[in-house]
Ligand binder design. Structure first.
Ligand SMILES: NC(=O)c1ccc[n+]([C@@H]2O[C@H](COP(=O)([O-])OP(=O)(O)OC[C@H]3O[C@@H](n4cnc5c(N)ncnc54)[C@H](O)[C@@H]3O)[C@@H](O)[C@H]2O)c1
Length: 323
């Protein structure tokens, strides 16, 4: 699956100490590139990049993307942003600043360097969708003044900025709309459904389902997603996105919980809580564009991805309990 670039590049990954960023960096290093990881470690952790400590082509810079960054690179992946409601609602003003000022700073840098810039956007730009599954042409149904708006509207504004820099300054942009992704190095306590269920099951704690668990989600394994990122970055100049990247397989939250219980062999019970505000009822990507333009579609089935994720958390939990 790994494909080599024509030549070595120096690549900036913002948010590189996070879940997705650290996997992307592994892949870029594997391809022979140099990587500069810029992260303020708000939700990311050094543990995710510990294994790269002595890597000769890896560099870490503690930096907040809401401030300008002056570095020399050939490509930029902009991933910096807290991604789970618990984290992005912790300091909502900072969340919007991270998306909007972060985008302005990275676009400014790309403009100065005349280099390609990738934006990690999100399926949250579709809000609670009236169209199902969601194609890129759907404009979304987003509450502009709710608790999730700092994230949803921040990401929407970032997309606007990317497309205006493209139209106004001829910048080469690559915008990915990422749907629920899971895998090793997810934060163990950020409330995202896969990590939540796996950790609860491994601890033998009750598994908390919001509502009746009939809301549906699609789950993409991280290796598949990273392959999509790289294909999008390498795609023809006329491909700007937004391109949906996610797994179109749709599961109810209850089905996911049952699968996790089965695969961990846990005795956890299911308990039901109240649905959070603006929680989308269904979410599934239409990946027609990614298939046609990038030749991309997910390869890893849920069962296999879950098994790898469970192994990761099994190893991690004793460490957390000691810390
Ligand atoms: N994981 C998913 O399912 C998913 C879905 C849709 C979109 N995304 C997007 O992908 C990107 C990465 O998500 P993730 O799941 O890896 O989340 P994550 O929280 O693990 O990683 C985000 C990283 O950004 C860093 N960060 C946050 N604010 C920053 C700032 N102001 N300056 C510098 N660094 C900052 C964090 O410390 C962290 O390392 C995010 O932009 C997120 O919105 C993720």
């Amino acid at each position: 699956m790994t494909r080599l670039y024509d030549s070595r590049k120096r690549i900036l990954v913002t948010g590189g100490a996070g879940f997705l960023g650290s996997h992307l960096i592994d892949r870029l290093l594997e391809q022979g590139h140099e990587v500069l990881c810029a992260d303020n470690l708000f939700t990311g952790t050094k543990r995710n990049i510990d294994h790269l400590h002595n890597h000769p082509r890896f560099e870490f810079l503690r930096h907040d993307v809401t401030f300008p960054l002056y570095v020399e690179v050939d490509e930029i992946y902009n991933l910096a942003c807290p991604a789970s409601p618990i984290h992005y609602q912790h300091d909502p003003v900072q969340t919007t600043k991270t998306s909007v000022h972060g985008a302005i700073n990275m676009l400014g840098l790309a403009k100065r360097l005349r280099c390609k810039v990738f934006q990690a956007s999100t399926s949250e730009v579709y809000g609670d969708p009236h169209v199902h599954p969601q194609p890129e042409t759907y404009w979304g149904n987003v509450n502009p003044v709710g608790l999730r708006s700092c994230y949803d509207e921040g990401k929407r504004c970032a997309e606007t900025l990317f497309f205006d820099y493209h139209r106004q300054h001829g910048l080469q942009i690559k915008v990915a709309r990422i749907f629920n992704t899971y895998g090793p190095r997810m934060h163990h306590a950020d409330g995202r459904v896969v990590s939540n269920f796996v950790v609860q099951a491994l601890r033998g704690a009750p598994i908390t389902i919001y509502g009746e668990g009939r809301q549906t989600r699609s789950f993409c394994y991280v290796d598949d997603l990273v392959e999509g990122f790289i294909r999008l970055m390498e795609s023809d100049d006329n491909v700007t996105g937004p391109v949906n990247l996610g797994n179109p397989g749709e599961f109810t939250i209850r089905e996911l919980a049952e699968q996790v219980i089965a695969q961990t062999g846990s005795r956890s019970e299911l308990v039901f809580g109240e649905l959070p505000q603006d929680d989308p009822k269904q979410r599934r990507p239409d990946i027609g564009q990614a298939k046609a333009k990038l030749g991309w579609e997910p390869q890893v089935p849920l069962e296999e991805g879950l098994a790898r994720t469970i192994t990761y958390f099994r190893d991690l939990l004793p460490e957390l309990e000691v810390a």
